[in-house]
Design a protein around this ligand. Structure first.
Ligand code: ADP
Ligand code: MG
Length: 593
């Protein structure tokens, strides 16, 4: 008689459960994908930990996932031999929301409510473990961690704010290790407990899980059995048979149940790229990163020789939802494997510069030690070489998108990740040559559609040496600045830098294809039109006026000069050659308040 302890869910979980239970959500079948993904994570964890602590798998139990559907009773069980959970972990993991997938869902839900849209978010994100309640009234989780010598059972019901935990005492029900989840399906959802349906769901949603998934299937084989007397046989045939001394036989189908391997367990990145379809790459991406949109580009490659690794990289089609303007660098976007063993998704910073942290993918190395740590990665020459390769491949992908016939693709990319590339101008001098052709800006001649620097250069006047730009807080204010007058008159194109980071990015680039970037608001702007005669004349005429203005303004300005850069405005305030531009001043000010 073991005590059953009752616990209350964290408030967010209750809210989420309410949502799930009351959703009229049609795509309920995602529950299986979510539970399989948890089983696979648990197996990954065990395999990883066992590298350092081999005693964790000393029991020699295979690493796999088994799913059994009991049609008659409307029950599905999903059993894995992974890391399991201790009693405390049960409370922490299944009673609170700590986890990425679910947290992401709640955030997206809030954002979409704010935006007044409702677009089947549960199906897009999956809500992790709690997806079980899409189809089940009651869920039992029996689990045995190798860290504990006891097995516990967690039980929750669809419309309750509490759950229970008790110790398992029935020896029949003890697991060697890992977790068994039992779903007692809702009346209307009992149809999911069909072996064929489960098999199809595994094939559709979990084909890239790298542990074997077995489903419990009814099988049959035909065999011939002898029959002694068959009253239906015609007398003539019976006589013939008897003269040939043959026994009468009949084919029967023998039925039995057995486990059937249902997924392909070779990791997709080990396959020959020639044999993998775009759909498979996209599907792998969606399953692995919990995404619902196809990526914009992917790249599958192997390097051999000095360092050996395989990788599949992706460019997502949208930036993760987050606060505007804030780039999130802790992304868990790169899954690092060493010789097929999943190591961590926390090392993206070691494998990519942070401005490329939006790239997603898997990297499987043959050269790193299994017990690799951040420190090892940071010191490793191998990782330095890997990093170079990965960065190059990432740029190849982005360049590919920019050259796509479909201009929308790159526009979408730029909208999501343009900021990252601009940050790259500041943080990665070595890759300026790769980043610069990917940048996009509005200009005095293209206010609606952004142009590339190549397009700018192509459009330069034959005698034009520099690339002109003006930084402002909007296209309207850029258009209206007096600095522009002379350039417009001469039909010179001027880039409009309207994103706060633009100006710093351009200043870091300094030049593109040997053409310097020139800020048209700076004092020494030279449009190559010196007319000494005229200048002399102007000096005579307005020299005193300038002196008088300077006297009146005193320290407020550095100097007052006659200029040839205006055509219709009488005067303009410019920044010194070495000072901050007006736009920078504005930005700096904004940061200090
Ligand atoms: P996520 O998978 O994003 O972490 P879930 O809601 O799917 O979120 O799962 C919550 C947590 O419960 C997991 O992080 C894990 O710690 C634990 N968990 C769920 N299923 C299992 C399992 N089969 N074996 C071990 N731990 C599990
Ligand atoms: Mg999960």
């Amino acid at each position: 008689n073991v005590p059953i302890e009752k616990y209350e869910y964290q408030a967010e979980v209750s809210r989420l459960m309410d949502l799930i239970v009351n959703s009229l959500y049609s795509n309920k079948e995602v529950f299986l994908r979510e539970l399989i993904s948890n089983a696979s994570d648990a197996l990954d964890k065990l395999r990883f930990l066992s590298v350092m602590e081999p005693e964790l798998i000393k029991d020699n139990v295979d690493l796999d996932i088994r799913i059994q559907a009991d049609k008659d009773n409307g029950i599905i069980t999903i059993t894995d031999t992974g890391i399991g959970m201790t009693r405390q972990e049960l409370i922490d993991c299944l009673g609170t929301i700590a986890q990425s997938g679910t947290a992401k869902f709640l955030k997206a839900l809030k954002d979409s409510k704010d935006a007044g849209v409702d677009n089947n978010l549960i199906g897009q994100f999956g809500v992790g473990f709690y997806s079980a309640f899409l189809v089940a009234d009651k869920v039992a989780v029996a689990t045995k961690s190798p860290k504990s010598d006891k097995q516990y059972v967690w039980e929750g019901e669809a419309n309750a704010s509490t759950y229970t935990i008790k110790e398992e005492t029935d020896p029949e029900k003890l697991l060697p290790r890992g977790t068994r989840i039992t779903l007692y399906l809702k009346r209307d959802d009992k149809g999911f407990a069909s072996p064929e349906r489960v098999q199809n769901l595994v094939k559709n949603y979990s084909q890239f899980v790298s542990f074997p998934i077995y489903t419990w299937q009814e099988k049959g084989f035909t065999k011939e059995v002898e029959v002694d007397d068959d009253p239906t046989e015609a007398p003539k045939e019976a006589q013939e048979r008897q003269t040939e001394k043959k026994k009468k036989t009949k084919k029967v189908v023998e039925r039995y149940w057995d486990w059937e391997l249902t997924n392909e367990t070779q990791p997709i990145w080990l396959r020959n790229p020639k044999d993998v379809t775009t759909e498979e790459y996209n599907e792998f991406y969606k399953q692995t990163f919990n995404e619902y949109l196809d990526p914009l580009a992917s790249s599958h490659f192997t390097t051999e020789g000095e360092v050996e690794f395989r990788s599949i990289l992706y460019v997502p089609s949208i930036a993760p939802q987050g606060k505007d303007d804030v780039i999130n660098f802790k992304t868990k976007n790169i899954r690092l494997y060493v010789k097929r063993v999943f190591i961590s998704d926390d090392f993206d910073g070691e494998l990519f510069p942070r401005y490329l942290s939006f790239i997603k993918g898997v990297v499987d190395s043959n050269d790193l030690p299994l017990n690799v740590s951040r420190e090892i990665l940071q010191e490793s020459r191998i990782v330095r070489i890997m990093r170079k390769r990965l960065v190059k491949k990432a740029f190849d992908m982005i360049l590919g998108i920019s050259m796509s016939e479909n201009r929308d693709d790159y526009e979408r990319f730029w909208e999501s990740f343009g900021k990252h590339l601009k940050l790259g101008c500041i943080e990665d001098r070595e890759n300026h040559k790769r980043i610069a052709p990917l940048l996009r800006f509005f200009s005095s001649q293209s206010e609606d559609e952004m142009i590339s620097l190549d397009e700018y250069v192509e459009n330069m006047k034959p005698d034009q040496k520099d690339i002109y730009y003006i930084a402002a807080d909007s296209i309207t204010s850029a258009k209206n600045t007096p600095f522009l007058e002379r350039l417009l008159e001469k039909d010179l194109e001027v880039l409009f830098l309207v994103d706060p980071i633009d100006e710093v990015a351009i200043q870091n680039l300094k030049s593109y294809k040997d053409k310097s970037f020139v800020d048209i608001s700076k004092e020494d702007l030279d449009l190559g039109e010196k007319n000494e005669e005229k200048e002399k004349e102007m000096k005579q005429q307005f020299g005193q006026t300038c002196d008088w203005i300077k006297k009146r303004l005193g320290d407020k300005v550095a100097s007052v000069q006659i200029s040839n850069r205006l055509s219709s405005s009488p005067c303009v305030l410019v920044s010194g050659k070495f000072g901050w531009s007006a736009n920078m001043e504005r930005l700096m000010k904004a940061q200090h308040v």
